[in-house]
Ligand binder design. Structure first.
Ligand code: GLU
Length: 462
């Protein structure tokens, strides 16, 4: 009698999610061999190769690795790769029990807890490893997240809404509008807080867009992501999500914020203001930083500590909903020897405003000055931000800056370039067709959501 191999629930779920019936990742003669023996992923098999006998469960494998290997899960739980040669034989011992992912029942909640809605849009926080390519793909929705993090039920009464399931590089302006509308619906329903799960790559852009679309909201709106998918031991998904839900449920402010690890360890989650936050690291869990401002709060050991004054209070009745954006805005990063012709090409293609990310205090080469003058004369907005993340632009210090000012460039103080782009889209969208350059300029320089004229502390966050 062969020994039955017991799989843990996690392993069963792994199998369930990897489209077993397709012999995922197997190709060529190895695939033919498995098909001939009517073997599927999850079946218990025996392989005899080079005089050695192996028993285990056939696992899906990475498609991009050497095709002549079979991946087997041994009874001790380890996966091994076995090279298939001319003399290798493979036989089926038993058909694997096809596991199905049954979401654990929704945890019971206490009735006197605050109401929080988790709206999912995709990203690593809602993803798992895909065994076909070894990459991760979005696969968990808000309801799954609640089921796998039952602690959330002790913090709030949770409702979930699956809005999108996309990587955040695929988020477009219409998604921002969709998110703003979904959040506005929740606000009008009277929830106590909203959590929006989102891919981290463009979370800063979305946070800015929502800060302009949902001004002075009466409740916290908390964007949250993860740098590592929730099926990895090093995942930051759970801790970030718990902090996000606790902030949405209890924070005394009505602000759009981003909840992510403050540093490597799990103990502190920082809450960054939506117009002040950037992703500064490709993979580290503490990738997010507030720029030219501090995080507004920290979540630590179950407590939320607010460290910034003058926040919009929870329950504020100054809420404004303005979810319009116009995509005819463009962000250009200047580099040495870059020619300005691109500006005219883009303007001729219909671009209504530019954010130039200049060098240092806000400079570009002098051959750009006449081209920019021509643009502003045509009523096209040109704003200046800096490639230095910290500090603010100051175009009065050097003659190159002054020449740009005379050509009509608007210095955008300490606004982050990405935030300036989003604000320009929002400004163009809200002022509508035929807006005067002066109106665009006035709105771009008006502080709407803490995006400009913050206290500039050059060493904060560096
Ligand atoms: N590129 C993906 C995204 O932004 C994965 C990154 C992440 O979620 O952390 O959605």
């Amino acid at each position: 009698m062969h020994k039955l191999i017991k799989m843990s629930c996690k392993q069963k779920r792994e199998l369930d999610k990897m489209d077993m019936l397709e012999l995922q990742g197997y190709s060529g003669r190895v695939r033919e061999l498995l098909e001939r023996e009517n073997i599927n992923i999850g079946d218990e098999i025996e392989i005899i190769s080079n005089g050695r006998r192996y028993r285990g469960i056939l696992m899906a494998r990475y498609e991009l690795a050497d095709p002549n290997y079979i991946t087997l899960k041994l009874p001790n739980g380890y996966n091994i790769g076995i090279r298939v040669t001319e003399n290798t034989t493979v036989s089926k011992i038993s058909v694997g029990v096809r596991p199905t992912f049954v979401r654990p029942p929704k945890p019971q909640t206490l009735s006197d807890l605050p109401n929080v809605v988790i709206i999912s849009t995709g990203g690593t926080i809602a993803s798992r490893v895909e065994y076909r390519t070894g990459a991760v793909r979005p696969a968990l929705d808000a309801e799954d997240l609640l089921a796998i993090v039952p602690e959330l039920a002790e913090i709030a009464k949770i409702d979930t809404e699956v809005l999108y399931n996309v990587w955040s590089e695929n988020i477009q302006v219409q998604h921002w509008i969709g998110m703003a509308e979904a959040i506005d619906r929740s606000i009008r329903k009277g929830v106590d807080g909203v959590v929006l799960t989102h891919g981290t790559d463009t979370m800063g852009y979305t946070a800015a867009a929502l800060s302009f679309a949902l001004q002075k909201p009466p409740i916290p709106i908390v964007l949250v992501g993860a740098q590592r998918s929730s099926d990895r031991p090093s995942s930051d998904a759970t801790t970030n999500l718990i902090a996000a839900v606790a902030t949405a449920a209890k924070a005394p402010f009505g602000e759009v914020v981003v909840a992510m690890h403050k540093w490597h360890s799990d103990d502190v989650i920082a809450l960054h203001k939506g117009t002040r936050v950037v992703k500064l690291h490709t993979s580290s869990r503490d990738a997010f930083r507030s720029v030219n401002s501090r995080p507004i709060a920290y979540y630590q050991h179950g407590e939320l500590k607010v460290v910034v004054n003058n926040l919009n209070p929870r329950g504020s009745n100054e809420y404004v909903f303005k979810p319009k954006f116009d995509t005819r805005a463009f962000l250009i990063k200047f580099f040495p020897s870059m020619k300005p012709d691109i500006l005219n090409i883009l303007a001729d293609a219909g671009i209504k405003g530019f954010i130039i990310e200049g060098t240092g205090l806000g400079h570009v080469s002098s051959d750009w000055v006449p081209v920019i003058r021509g643009l502003t004369k045509r009523g096209i907005f040109v704003g200046m931000t800096s490639q230095c993340k910290f500090g603010k632009v100051n175009m009065n210090v050097y003659d190159s800056g002054r020449d740009l000012l005379k050509a009509g460039v608007i210095p955008l103080d300490d606004m982050l370039s990405e935030v300036a782009l989003v604000k320009l889209m929002w400004t163009l969208g809200n002022l509508g067709e035929g807006a005067e350059l002066e109106e665009i300029k006035n709105l771009m320089l008006k502080n709407i959501a803490g995006e400009i004229y913050s206290r500039s502390l050059p060493n904060v966050g560096l």
